[in-house]
Design a protein around this ligand. Structure first.
Ligand code: GDP
Length: 356
């Protein structure tokens, strides 16, 4: 195996090679951009599936002509250990980042929970546990039914979804391997982070698209669930920088990345519609609440109870003090600018008929 002819940890680390699982997602694409800019060779793991979405990576593929050999995708799956060992032995990364999410509860447990264990074990199998720095994309979903506000690295966890439960396992297995084997492994507990590349099922992107489409007369009404839910929303581009910073510390530790502000879904709606020049008036309450376009008198937002969740996370509000102090990290994009950027991107896309 690889450890037979390994260079010293110092020489190995000089290579700057990153391996990213979940590279086709919002964070994967921003992280790839950041690491390429920093001179890394970037490798991604993608599933061998007929429907995977590499749209967010197209522009990076094109850049390949200018930076040959700097960006490569590998077929793989976090549910397949043998395959992970093969990829790690081949790529020999210096840094590794995990981010995945799936709808199905059992599969989520397998991939988000056990998948993290498989990657950590694959690193050990290759004898690289002292060579590779490992980042686990942990999440504010761990706080779920929050027991303290705002939430920091010392707030107890209370997950409220199969995804949150799987991520709880991933969090602790990272801590465990760090303590048991002296691995450089970190959990980045990231609060919601959005962008024009956010998947369309997340509430922010659903709202920004709808505001754009409604203003262009392409959609008449937006249906949402719990308008009172509050989130701490930042910009994904700022957050991938925080991920990278976590792996550049002398000692591995876990960090919260957040804006330190919380806003209700209703406020996101108001600001998104304002960004396309519409003023909303809210009427009614609970399931009957609706928003009316002041100018036309038409109802443009309604509540659909189908979007209510079986176990809701009502409030997420992060305290980024530790990251600010130790990493010198701070979010750059504020709430209003985030909403505006997302709506403007969707307006442009809707106007030119380009999807995603
Ligand atoms: P999450 O924090 O990872 O669950 O991110 P989401 O963007 O999916 O949801 C954020 C909050 O918005 C949750 O509390 C949802 O209940 C609330 N929400 C309200 N209406 C909707 C909706 O139509 N879709 C989604 N996805 N969330 C909604």
């Amino acid at each position: 195996f690889a450890h037979l002819d390994l260079p010293s940890v110092e020489d190995y680390q000089k290579r700057k090679v990153a391996l990213i699982s979940g590279i086709t997602g919002q964070d994967g694409s921003y992280l790839t951009e950041l690491l390429l800019e920093k001179g890394y060779q970037v490798h991604g793991i993608i599933r061998r599936s007929s429907s995977f979405n590499t749209g967010r990576l197209h522009h990076l593929y094109e850049d390949q002509h200018e930076r040959p050999g700097k960006f490569k995708l590998h077929y793989g799956d976090l549910s397949d250990s043998t395959n992970l060992v093969y990829i790690i032995a081949q790529v020999k990364p210096t840094e590794s980042h995990v981010k995945v999410s799936f709808e199905m509860a059992e599969y989520t447990g397998d991939v988000d929970g056990l998948g993290t264990l498989r990657l950590l074990d694959a690193i050990r199998t290759c004898g690289l546990e002292k060579h590779i720095k490992f980042y686990q994309a942990s999440t504010s979903e761990l706080y779920g039914k929050v027991v303290e506000t705002p939430q920091s690295e010392t707030t107890p966890f209370y997950p409220r979804s199969p995804y949150g439960c799987a991520k709880l396992y991933a969090y602790w297995i990272v801590v465990n391997y760090r303590e048991a084997y002296g691995m450089y492994a970190c959990n980045g507990i990231l609060f919601n982070h959005e962008s024009p590349r956010r998947g369309r099922t997340f509430v922010t992107r659903k709202i920004s698209r709808a505001a754009a489409e409604i203003s262009l007369g392409k959609q008449s009404c937006l249906y949402l669930g719990n308008l009172d839910a509050r989130r701490d929303w930042g910009h994904a581009r700022d957050y991938v920088e925080g991920m990278w910073k976590m792996l550049q510390q002398p000692k591995p530790e876990d960090f919260v990345l957040a804006t330190g502000e919380t806003h209700p879904v209703r406020e996101f709606v108001n600001k998104a519609f304002n960004a396309v020049g519409l003023e909303l008036r809210w009427e009614g309450s609970g399931e009957d609440e609706q928003a009316i376009d002041v100018k036309t008198g038409k109802t443009v937002v309604k509540v659909d109870p189908r979007y209510f969740r079986p176990a809701e996370v009502d409030l997420l509000w992060g305290n980024p003090a530790k990251a600010e102090r130790m990493l010198g990290w701070k979010r750059r994009v504020d709430f209003d600018s985030l909403v505006k950027e997302m709506v403007e991107a969707d307006l442009k896309a809707a106007a030119s008929l380009v999807e995603d």
